[in-house]
Ligand binder design. Structure first.
Ligand code: HEM
Length: 433
């Protein structure tokens, strides 16, 4: 029995046994891969790939929500997955959506800033556990950008999804989303046609390819069909579960890496003051995001050092081979991104945190860096994830001096399906008052 951090175990086993080895999980044989060149074959960006699916059986089916043939994340019907993926990917890449998402991120930060200010005034204690705050900020952001509603109901239920009572909570979420879609369709029908609608994901998905919304085409320029309620519900569900933990722990792990290294932290302050100005009351602009190149490099390097999603399952459809290694259709593979991110062939001095790598080399080899996965199932929300991380990290350093309470301690983290930061205690002191 192993009681330590699983990601560390996976990493050490791959180091011991090399780029390709097998593990028996009871009678089930799983092949582990940490060799970037072999992973390249699994990640070919075409639906002709022999590895179109992640896991064999989506666990949500076990609690009564039929996901096969619906949405994206758990969908095992390739045609229906392609349709849903096309619409969702284009929706979350719309400039109007990304602008509204940025504004919402700023608003949620302001709310956080207000609470911290009150707490500092009342109890003068500057110590905060950011791990608790950032997950709540991302729950709020995900709820508002996905459904257009604040999270005071949704996020509290979401947070309970990981508890022992998950079956009941998933059913609650299912009913909540069903009602929300029906009501939003009615609201949209009552809004005059010349009035601009909100750019949240629910409204955009309902309106996509109707006279009220964005027009998305299939490859070959044929228009896509508008989306039905079951697919919309599963897409909302996918975005909620795929975005909150991955984004919040990416931000927390990056904050830890930045604060741990004084030289990096001073460059972050320098960039924030240069790009955003050091007047606390001046708002950040959407256009500032692309100027925050050093913060982006810090996030990229942090995801290299410790990817939030360090390993992922893939399954082969048919008999095939990887190099000399032959296998049968149905074979499960575990891809170890974390291990590839520390391969010295691609990353000299891999254990050092050096954001400059991403500034000096703009053409990072895709096969050596996969924080968002790869191939046809690569994360469709990567721009959203990066934007929220950049915005929140910039606003935190613009408004506060941030110091780790235990600067010499390792990151307190555990692995469930992703690397999660369990605690990040910092001293926060307002800057530029
Ligand atoms: C920094 C934050 C994020 C990280 C690190 C991340 C990482 C990942 C990874 C590693 C995968 C699996 C890819 C594969 O199987 O090869 C994935 C899939 C996915 N992500 Fe993200 N993600 C992030 C944010 C988001 C956001 C904001 C959304 C919202 C749209 C999102 C939606 C999804 C969906 C729907 C999938 C399933 C794609 C499919 O199966 O076709 N993710 N993500």
């Amino acid at each position: 029995m192993y009681y330590g951090d699983l990601d560390t175990l996976f990493f050490n086993l791959q180091k011991k046994y090399g780029g390709l080895y097998e593990v028996y999980n009871g009678p089930e044989r799983v092949i582990w891969i940490g060799d970037a060149k072999l992973i390249k074959k699994i990640h070919i960006p075409s639906t002709k790939t022999n590895f179109p699916f992640r896991s064999r059986k989506p666990w949500v089916d076990e609690v009564g929500i039929k996901t096969t043939g619906k949405g994206i994340f758990f969908n095992r019907n390739l045609e229906s997955w392609k349709y849903n993926r096309r619409i969702l990917s284009q929706t979350v890449a719309l400039p109007s959506f990304l602008r509204q998402f940025f504004k919402t991120t700023e608003l949620v930060f302001e709310e956080f800033d207000g609470y911290i200010g009150n707490l500092l005034n009342v109890n003068k204690n500057e110590e905060f556990d950011l791990s608790k705050w950032i997950v709540r900020i991302l729950s709020e952001l995900s709820s508002r950008s996905t459904t257009g509603r604040p999270a005071y109901t949704l996020s509290s239920y979401y947070n309970r999804l990981s508890s022992k009572n998950s079956k009941k909570n998933i059913q609650w979420l299912n009913n909540y989303l069903t009602d929300l879609i029906v009501n939003r369709r009615k609201e949209i029908a009552n809004i005059p046609k010349d009035q601009v609608l909100s750019h949240d994901i629910l409204t955009l998905l309902i309106c996509a390819n109707t006279e009220r919304g964005p027009q998305f085409n299939k490859p070959g320029d044929e228009p896509d069909e508008p989306m039905g309620d079951d697919d919309i519900k599963q897409n909302l569900y996918d975005v909620i579960i795929a975005s909150i933990d991955s984004s919040s722990h990416t931000i927390l792990i990056a904050l830890y890496h930045i604060c741990k290294c004084p030289a990096v932290k001073s460059k972050v302050y320098e960039e924030v003051d240069r790009v955003l100005g050091n007047d606390r009351s001046s708002p950040m602009k959407y256009e500032d995001l692309e100027k925050l190149t050093y913060i982006e490099a810090c996030i990229s390097e942090s995801m290299r050092m410790l990817p939030t999603v360090p390993v992922i399952f893939k399954q082969a459809n048919n008999d095939d081979n990887l190099g000399d290694f032959k296998f049968k259709g149905g074979q499960e593979f575990f891809i170890n991104y974390h291990y590839v991110h520390h391969d010295e062939t691609y990353w000299p001095d891999p254990e050092s945190f050096k954001p400059e790598r991403f500034l000096e080399n703009k053409n990072i080899d895709k096969i050596s860096y996969m924080p968002f996965g790869g191939g046809i199932r690569i994360c469709p929300g990567r721009q959203m994830g990066l934007n929220s991380a950049k915005t929140l990290i910039a606003l935190i350093f613009k408004n506060y001096t941030v110091n780790l309470v235990e600067p010499d301690a390792p990151l307190k983290k555990s692995y469930i399906w992703a690397n999660e930061c369990d605690e990040l205690k910092v001293y926060l002191r307002p800057r530029n008052n």
